[in-house]
Design a protein around this ligand. Structure first.
Ligand SMILES: C[S@@+](CC[C@H](N)C(=O)[O-])C[C@H]1O[C@@H](n2cnc3c(N)ncnc32)[C@H](O)[C@@H]1O
Length: 227
């Protein structure tokens, strides 16, 4: 059975508390990683930049602020997350649209860049989605992916494991009144590709110049590449 409908419902439910939960859970560091994504996506000139799985819109809004000459699109399949984005960034020239990353409603070779934060962990098959992104990017266009990464064994591993196993679900219960959603986050992070594996999947999808950087004791990865 596809993960899609359950994931969509989960984000529809947690949309109002999503931003607060993010700030607390990451000790306020999440915006810094998004700024790095924007830097790697680069200037779209007067062309189109897509932020896929835009959620409450942070990356799309940062792109629009940084590159005001570009045309900016934020797409997600959770209408409640998009509603939050529209309210939060009513002053930003971003076009918000509903769409599923598995089958995007855009023509081939449309975008200068496609960014996405915390999408691939939530889809059935990363390669399928990356091929779809490759299809809609212009030749030379840039892909930038921000996601959690399973923590490596290090002296910090027991603390990270404890935070994932107990801290995050507890915060989910207190802030979002939804422990299950944040237990899912922990589980989907532990089961997700390592940064090295994800780089290989990007290459299999046809991207070149693939590289990545890790943040937050290796639990966050930003990958980038070019069509
Ligand atoms: C953890 S949130 C991330 C939101 C935002 N990118 C950020 O940086 O905060 C993941 C988002 O991915 C969206 N999503 C998950 N699977 C999707 C799919 N197949 N198509 C479109 N959006 C999807 C969810 O609805 C949710 O808004």
């Amino acid at each position: 059975m596809s993960k899609g409908p359950g994931v969509q419902k989960m984000f529809d439910n947690i949309a109002p508390s999503y931003d607060l939960m993010n700030r607390v859970m990451t000790l306020g560091q999440d915006q810094g990683w998004r700024r790095f994504v924007v830097k790697k996506a680069g200037d779209p000139g007067t062309g189109w930049a897509l932020d896929l799985a835009t959620g409450t819109g942070d990356i799309a809004a940062l792109m629009a602020k940084q590159f005001p000459a570009g045309r900016h699109l934020g797409t997600d399949f959770s209408l409640n997350m998009l509603r939050e984005a529209k309210v939060r960034f009513a002053d930003q020239p971003v076009c918000w649209q509903a769409g599923d990353a598995n089958k995007l409603p855009y023509k081939d070779n449309t975008f200068e860049s496609v960014t996405f934060g915390y999408l691939l962990r939530n889809v059935d098959d990363s390669l399928t989605v990356l091929k779809e992104i490759q299809r809609i990017l212009k030749p030379g266009g840039r892909v930038v992916c921000l996601d959690t990464t399973p923590p490596e064994k290090s002296i910090f591993y027991p603390f990270i494991r404890f935070h994932f196993r107990f801290g995050i679900p507890l915060l989910g219960r207190l802030i979002a009144s939804d422990e299950a959603a944040y237990s899912y986050l922990t589980g989907s992070t532990m089961d997700f590709h390592t940064a090295e594996e994800l780089a290989d999947i990007l290459k299999s999808a046809g991207f070149t110049d693939v590289d990545y950087k890790k943040f937050m004791l290796g639990t966050i990865g930003v990958h980038w590449g070019r069509k």
